[in-house]
Design a protein around this ligand. Structure first.
Ligand SMILES: [Zn+2]
Ligand SMILES: [Zn+2]
Length: 545
């Protein structure tokens, strides 16, 4: 991000923490001590937090900065346990392989067919580093627990998988690499996505990371080698008919109506938009390069633009020193904005505010498509983060890739990237952390309407379905929300969910008292032993009178 030969002021970069990462531990300020600095590469194992029935469990090993601290890998042994009992032990000899690249990764498929439920996975790597024996249990991050990784071997497909393609629309890859964090390559994420039962994901690295040099995050690359690499990789991947589909993207920093830096998710944009207002690369230079309006005026026709984690208020220090802000009412006005990412991790405190802002837009007659993502950087089964710079790290099972999913109505036949993008733009979508739904409006004339459609015939009947699985618990609430554009009001109609413990519901309702101009949407919640999961459809729009 730095235009010329100055080194980045380190302090502002550390303000970026509070975002979500595999931790980079080698960054120090001069000779100041760091409690988690080691003369070893970062070595970490990761696994998907969920494995779909029939899939192998991909064990991911990532080694970072081995060009500075080369290692020799002897072998890996992995115990998979359930309730403390060993289900399997696997030994993976690595032939004393030498690793000396800046970023090295490999995936080891573990066979878990025949097992189901919650398991723990405990990988242990032995090797050598600068002449000394090395033993890494789960990861070599000082101050972290090295506790076994948790995974659910699901007996069931994701709820509604026969009707919806599921994916994660906000993910950072290894193209993000700086003083505090790095992500996992798209091919590694693809293996994880496939094991989790996902059909697609978007790679949305920051504009201020995509223009860095491969070998030096402190300097910009005029050739844009990283950004070009991503375009080529995705084209080749999708062109080869591989699964899951990858959506090329960018998380652009741009200026909102108050001059603050906000994040913009651009999908399938064929040119690169630079933006470094909140990159922390130049001390207190936080002026955005673009306004939201300008970006949307210049966007290519094939690109989609969504407000990124739109209503998440940044922490005070980031507001102050990075000029970060969140999206404001005036920022949603441009008609070229396709939608809003209001859900940015499983337990997202900003999501209820986001839903309220979305509902306001709907009642004003706008049609922004609601999507969700996790803002994961790697982070397939464990999220590791700097807690206190140079002192401690922390870990959680949050912000995990694929936890919040966007569902797109499954087309007949195999979906292509253009199919996905077309349906996403049209709002043939839902967002969910668990359960699924179906909403269909049958009219006097024309074919039935589903989310994203505009219904112009007189409504006759509603067909409603809700589905969950034991992984997400029985249905707890199903609510039909009816928006009336004339009265500027949304009415919520709770629907009967049947006997306690029901996992599935189908209902045919007469479509009575529906406004002539408005919308219909459905919300479904489930509950697994006190843990809630939610699903929200995008609207069917009403324009029949
Ligand atoms: Zn962001
Ligand atoms: Zn992000």
């Amino acid at each position: 991000m730095i235009a010329s030969g100055f080194s980045a002021p380190p302090l502002p970069a550390l303000l970026l923490i509070g975002f979500f990462l595999y931790v980079e531990t080698h960054f120090r300020i001069g000779r100041l001590p760091s409690r988690y600095f080691r003369r070893q590469p970062e070595i970490l194992f990761d696994i998907p937090h969920r494995v779909a029935p029939g899939a192998d469990l991909p064990l991911l090993l990532i080694i970072k900065d081995a060009d500075r601290y080369p290692v020799e890998l002897n072998d890996i042994s992995v115990d998979i346990k359930q309730e403390g009992k060993i289900l399997s032990t696997t030994r993976l000899p690595l032939g004393d392989e030498r690793v000396d690249q800046p970023l090295w990764w490999r995936r080891f498929p573990l066979i878990v067919r025949g097992f189901e439920g919650e398991v723990t996975v405990e990988p242990m790597l032995t090797g050598r580093c600068s002449g000394r024996a090395l033993e890494v249990r789960v990861d070599n991050y000082p101050t972290l627990s090295h506790a076994p990784l948790n995974c659910r071997l699901d007996r069931d497909q994701l709820p509604g998988a026969e009707r919806w393609l599921y994916g994660d629309l906000h993910y950072h890859s290894h193209l993000t690499s700086d003083q505090v964090e790095f992500g996992a390559p798209p091919a590694a994420a693809a293996a994880m996505a496939a094991a989790m039962g996902l059909d697609f994901f978007a790679v949305t690295d920051h504009s201020y990371d995509l223009d860095d040099r491969w070998d030096d995050y402190l300097h910009n690359d005029e050739e844009l080698a990283k950004w070009k690499w991503l375009q080529d990789f995705v084209r080749e991947w999708n062109g080869g008919g591989r699964h899951p589909l990858i959506i090329p993207g960018e998380e652009l920093s741009a200026g909102n109506s108050r001059g603050g830096n906000v994040h913009f998710l651009l999908y399938n944009e064929p040119s690169f938009f630079p933006g470094w207002g909140d990159s922390a690369e130049k001390w207190l230079q936080t002026k955005p390069q673009w306004t939201i309006r300008k970006v949307l005026d210049q966007l290519s026709p094939q690109a989609l633009a969504f407000a990124g984690h739109a209503e998440s208020a940044p922490p005070r220090l980031q507001r102050l020193f990075l000029g970060r802000d969140h999206w404001r009412a005036a920022d949603y006005e441009h008609p070229r904005l396709d939608g809003v990412q209001m859900w940015n991790r499983l337990r997202d405190p900003a999501f209820s505010r986001g839903l309220a802002a979305w509902q306001k837009l709907l009642l004003a007659g706008r049609r922004p498509v609601l999507i969700g993502g996790n803002d994961a950087h790697g982070d397939f089964g464990r999220w590791r983060q700097i807690s206190l710079p140079f002192v401690s790290l922390k870990e959680k099972e949050e912000h995990l890739f694929g936890q919040v999913r966007t569902g797109i109505i499954r087309p007949a036949g195999t979906a292509t990237l253009p199919d996905l993008l077309h349906s996403l733009r049209a709002g043939r979508c839902l967002v969910t952390s668990g359960p699924s739904l179906w909403l269909e409006l049958i009219t006097e004339t024309g074919p039935p309407c589903t989310p994203g459609d505009t219904c112009t015939g007189a409504p006759r009947k509603l067909h409603i379905a809700a589905d969950s699985t034991p992984a997400f618990g029985p249905l707890a609430r199903v609510t039909l929300c009816i928006g009336d554009l004339q009265r500027k009001k949304e009415t919520r109609r709770p629907l009967p969910i049947g006997p306690a413990g029901s996992m599935n519901l189908t209902l045919d309702e007469p479509a009575r008292e529906l406004p002539g101009q408005g919308y219909l949407r459905l919300e479904v919640s489930s509950d697994r032993e006190g843990t809630p999961f939610h699903c929200f459809s995008n609207p069917i729009y009403l324009a029949w009178r």
